[in-house]
Design a protein around this ligand. Structure first.
Ligand code: FAD
Ligand code: DLZ
Ligand code: SF4
Length: 514
């Protein structure tokens, strides 16, 4: 007979939170279950590194819980006994182990939340959802804060969090350190040619077993992996090492070069903490507190703009987009403000394009399952928006390609910030640019097949004509956005024959982007 437990607790693949109160004591009547399931693996086509990263981190977490004395059931994707959905596996385990009570931590994704609510209703035993004890504010904090408002301003939210958790505040508890809340304006530098960027901290893992399993089961994935040297932090110890490395070597220039792009650097001064944060191996509060602590003891070499920029990303943007997700789902996933309908070009899946900037960002994404924020926003996102790609196709790509992609943070950044498909809930304006901005922030244009200065002609940079085409076709939907008005006026003042040439060139690229 199978072992009997009173309580069954589900731990999802992005709930690897060792310091959760669930694990504070060992209880022989409680069993934890973790499962690799087909339903989560194929709901979107994932990069192979994402699936491997999740499964390996889950397996290590299960082993850690066992070492701590907890009872853990772990279902691998190829276990014969695996019913391949959370719900069916739970039902089977409840019956087999004579479970009297089922508990789960609130999931971060709407899809899974609905699935578990339905499961709870179908079970005949008591079912309880508890907090995941990871985020700084509750799921509905943003919705409550902005009740009745059309715009959800990040800055309002960010200041509330700084005050609530007393982060970078003066002793009076009300004034931000130095009197200034935000140093966004100073985070706009391009990499100087001579700047030396520290090497990244690799975490080379032997992923051969999991890769072989995925191949054997013919799990549909894309992207590249080196199975015996898969580079990804997978444990809490590794997450803490990555954080220490970031504070020591990257924090000093984080803000300065946050928006910089280069063919020579894939990481720059970014942290690469998003995966370990999103699977909860580390908490946002411990990350920002460690960065602030480091800065306090190194104020002679690190200025406040660097640490404030970092804190804003984590306790500002990250928490804020989660709040928007829960305030606006499920309707959010259908938003298409510009009614864009074009398909995503093939080169998003292959990297095969003559555009140096797009090619670099896509190839890096295929090789590393990682791109930093400005690559996602101002290169791949910008180009898809200019081209008028349907947000569903763009979301599927972003959700699949990045290790850190979970819908709550992916869709709000993609459909919201990047594509403005929500009509301005997350972003105050669409993030579009011509070659001018890309050239200002990068070294891409100097080695590109296309000419950054040309708007039309056989070598004209596609960003240029598509940029003006975007204003032309969406003028009526853009005219009330203050910072966009100026560009609309410039477009309308342009000579008619110039406009025709630009629009013809854009029409060509819309059919033949390469
Ligand atoms: P760093 O630059 O070192 O920043 C530190 C941390 O701040 C990140 O680890 C992340 O946790 C947080 N952060 C920074 N910017 C954001 C943001 N806009 N929203 C939420 N958190 C932020 N982030 C994800 O975690 N998952 C996604 O699926 C995701 N999809 C994105 C899609 C698009 C189109 C865009 C424009 C951005 C997306 N982001 C996403 C946000 C951001 O690009 C990544 O968090 C960041 O690039 C991860 O790299 P890093 O850890 O080196 O970040
Ligand atoms: C991303 C992912 C993948 C690929 N596979 C699994 C899985 O098999 N089992 C699991 O528990 N979690 C997986 N995850 C992470 C989930 O998508 C995530 O835990 C939920 O969507 C909740 O956000
Ligand atoms: Fe990108 Fe255009 Fe610059 Fe080429 S010229 S790198 S396509 S912006």
């Amino acid at each position: 007979m199978a072992q009997q437990y009173q309580t069954l607790r589900l731990v999802l693949g992005d709930q690897l939170h060792q310091n959760h109160s669930w694990f504070s004591s060992v209880d022989d009547t409680t069993c934890y279950v973790m499962m690799e399931v087909w339903s989560e693996t194929v709901y979107v086509r994932h990069h192979i590194q994402k699936v491997v990263g999740f499964f390996m981190a889950m397996r290590q977490f299960a082993a850690t819980l066992q070492e701590l004395g907890h009872h853990v059931l772990y279902l691998k994707l190829d276990d014969e006994d695996n019913e391949q959905t959370f719900g069916e596996n739970i039902k089977k385990l409840v019956a087999r182990h004579n479970i009297q009570r089922f508990e789960y931590q609130l999931p971060d994704e709407y899809r899974v939340d609905e699935h578990l609510k339905q499961l709870g209703a179908a079970l005949t035993i008591p079912c309880q959802a508890v907090d995941s004890e990871h985020f700084l504010v509750e799921r509905d904090f943003v919705a409550t804060l902005f009740k009745g408002k059309k715009r959800f301003l990040l800055e309002t939210f960010y200041r509330k969090i700084r005050l609530r958790h007393q982060l970078l505040m003066e002793a009076d508890g009300e004034t931000p350190l130095t009197g200034q809340w935000n140093y966004d304006q100073s985070n706009r530098k391009k990499y100087p040619a001579q700047l030396s960027i520290p090497p990244h901290l690799p975490f080379l893992q032997d992923a051969r077993e999991v890769v072989a399993m995925l191949e054997r089961l013919k799990v549909p994935t894309f992207g590249n992996i080196t199975p015996d040297a898969f580079d990804c932090p997978l444990t809490r110890k590794e997450a803490l090492e990555l954080l220490e490395h970031f504070n020591r070597l990257r924090l000093s220039h984080f803000g300065d070069y946050q928006d910089a792009l280069s063919e020579r650097h894939w990481l720059g001064f970014h942290s690469r903490l998003s995966f370990v944060l999103n699977v909860k191996l580390i908490t946002p509060l411990e990350v920002v507190e460690a960065a602030i602590e480091y800065w306090k003891t190194h104020q002679n070499t690190i200025d406040i703009a660097q640490v404030e920029g970092f804190v804003r990303q984590i306790v500002g943007w990250r928490e804020y987009v989660r709040g928007i997700y829960w305030a606006k789902m499920p309707e959010y996933a259908t938003k298409n403000y510009f009614d864009h309908q074009a398909p995503l070009p093939d080169f998003y899946w292959t990297g095969n394009t003559k555009m140096k900037c797009v090619g670099h960002a896509v190839q890096q994404s295929l090789d590393r399952s990682y791109a930093h924020h400005i690559q996602r926003l101002m290169i791949t996102g910008n180009f898809a928006l200019l081209l008028g790609v349907h947000p569903d196709e763009i979301d599927a790509w972003y959700l699949g390609v990045y290790m850190d992609a979970l819908e709550w943070v992916e869709i709000t950044n993609t459909r919201g910030m990047s594509q403005y498909a929500d009509g301005g809930i997350v972003g105050t304006k669409p993030y579009v640019s011509s070659a001018n901005y890309i050239d200002k922030m990068s070294d891409y244009c100097q080695n590109c097949y296309y000419d950054k200065k040309q708007k039309y002609g056989s070598r004209a940079c596609p960003f240029n004509s598509l940029y003006w085409d975007f204003y032309d076709r969406n003028g009526s939907k853009l005219k009330n956005i203050p910072r966009i008005n100026m560009m609309l006026a410039t477009w309308h003042k342009m000579a008619a024959d110039e406009q025709v040439k630009i629009l013809e060139q854009a029409a060509f690229y819309k059919k033949n982007a390469k």
